[in-house]
Write a protein that binds this ligand. Structure first.
Ligand SMILES: [Zn+2]
Length: 147
């Protein structure tokens, strides 16, 4: 079970049917939270979903919007935010950590644990891609890059 939010949602989506079809991209929609039902928090809608932790969780849902006047369709991206998703590692098949912080998938994280008292963590050779930096950023690790 997890709560997902749709931040900055357009008012047109602020009905149960629309929110449930958005949430279906993640799992089985169960119910809306009170603020969403009563529309007391128009900036953000929340839906409780039954999720399968083995699935990948999309960051966006693509919605096809049909203009009934012209019958033209366009795609709209709706951002999904995960509020209380239990951490689950598909590699180790245990709860408590994710693949991003998995030490059997990322042996270099052990290195960072060892070096965490130091302020400067040396980048590994040939791994100066941004992706790795972002990965650490999302797991809350402090990475100081040398220039
Ligand atoms: Zn793991």
């Amino acid at each position: 079970m997890a709560w997902i939010s749709f931040p900055d949602l357009k008012p047109t989506y602020f009905v149960k049917e629309a929110l449930f079809s958005l949430a279906a991209a993640v799992g089985k929609p169960l119910h809306l939270d009170m603020a969403t039902i009563n529309k007391t928090r128009p900036s953000c809608a929340r839906v409780k979903v039954q999720v399968n932790l083995l699935f990948d969780f999309p960051k966006y849902v693509e919605m096809e919007i049909i203009n009934e006047m012209t019958m033209e369709t366009r795609m709209e991206r709706v951002k999904i935010q995960y509020d209380m998703l239990p951490k689950y590692c598909k590699q180790c098949k245990v709860q408590g950590h994710e693949e991003e912080t998995c030490r059997s998938l990322h042996p270099e994280l052990r290195q960072i644990e060892i070096n965490k008292d130091k302020d400067i963590i040396q980048e590994q050779k040939g791994s100066n891609n941004e992706e790795q930096g972002n990965e650490f950023a999302t797991t809350g690790r402090r990475v100081i890059k040398r220039h």
